[in-house]
Design a protein around this ligand. Structure first.
Ligand code: SAH
Length: 264
């Protein structure tokens, strides 16, 4: 596995030549690629700016987008997203954009991670109990979740990403985060029942196993296919297990990678 550059990449514009070649396309060039940050972004001014300040700016934007849960905001401030993306993407780590993480998968944009975690917590006064995450990917959301729950079980079906997450998470040594390699469609019965279940991949429907493994009073948040009339379209679904039965809410449109069965 390649070494990540330190963050932030330090630049020396005075000589007209950046000191770190990795940053050339994103920081030094006048002509920027589509999706490049607008001028005025703290990183574009920011020689010597530390990643905590850049994350604070990200969190401020989350608040502007309507995220208000203080535990979610604190967790997003604490976890260093730039450590979870590949070297070439480090400088985009705090933009509100999804990024490729290999094997055709993507890390969700911070706005979507925060929105889903806020829904998942549903204003709980303290930490959640046991939480199941389907789709570990690079491990970023799992790390954020580990600050919001007593135990996190996170399943990934692609061996390459499971290994990558393990590598990415090593520096944090999170004792309450359990990374599992397997098919998350069947949930993880050994950790059940769960106070909360969150999926980072969307299928045609929510698998029955997830519903079965949801504790009374528990909440599930997942992307699902918006229906036969809307191929390729997904929406966020929230399912609560209440004493009166299951309660379901369909929320805004989202765009997640597909939920697939089996391992690879
Ligand atoms: N939360 C992740 C996002 C990863 S993208 C992050 O922070 O990086 C969604 C992930 O779900 C992909 O890695 C994909 O391989 C995985 N996935 C899809 N179907 C799955 C399944 N049935 N079980 C486990 N993981 C699955």
């Amino acid at each position: 596995m390649k070494e990540r550059p330190p963050f932030p990449v330090r630049l020396d514009f005075s000589a007209g030549k950046p000191t770190d070649r990795r940053s050339v396309p994103r920081f030094a060039g006048q002509a920027q690629s589509p999706g490049a940050r607008p001028s005025g972004h703290p990183l574009s001014q920011g020689v010597g700016m530390d990643s905590s300040a850049v994350r604070m700016n990200m969190v401020r934007k989350l608040v502007q987008q309507g995220v208000s849960d203080p535990m979610v905001l604190a967790a997003m401030q604490a976890i260093e997203r730039h450590r979870f993306v590949d070297t070439a993407l480090v400088n985009q780590a705090y933009e509100d954009t999804s990024l490729p993480i290999g094997l055709g998968q993507t890390i969700s944009k911070p706005g979507v991670v925060a929105r889903m975690l806020e829904l998942l917590r549903n204003g709980a006064p303290g930490k959640l109990g046991r939480v199941l995450e389907i789709g570990t990917g690079c491990g970023y959301q799992a790390a954020v979740l580990s600050r919001l729950a007593s135990e996190v079980y996170s399943i990934e079906r692609l061996r390459g990403l499971h290994d990558k997450a393990r590598h990415n998470l090593r520096h944090l040594a999170l004792a309450n985060l359990h990374l599992l390699f397997g098919d998350g469609m069947v949930g993880y019965v050994k950790g059940a029942p769960y106070a909360a279940i969150i999926a980072a991949a969307g299928g045609e429907a929510v698998p029955q196993a997830w519903i079965d493994q949801l504790a009374m009073g528990g909440r599930l948040v997942a992307p699902v296919s918006a229906g036969a009339g809307a191929p390729g379209r997904q929406a966020l679904v929230v399912i609560d297990r209440t004493p009166q039965g299951l309660r379901q809410m369909m929320l805004e449109a989202v765009h997640f990678v597909p939920l697939k069965s089996g391992i690879a």
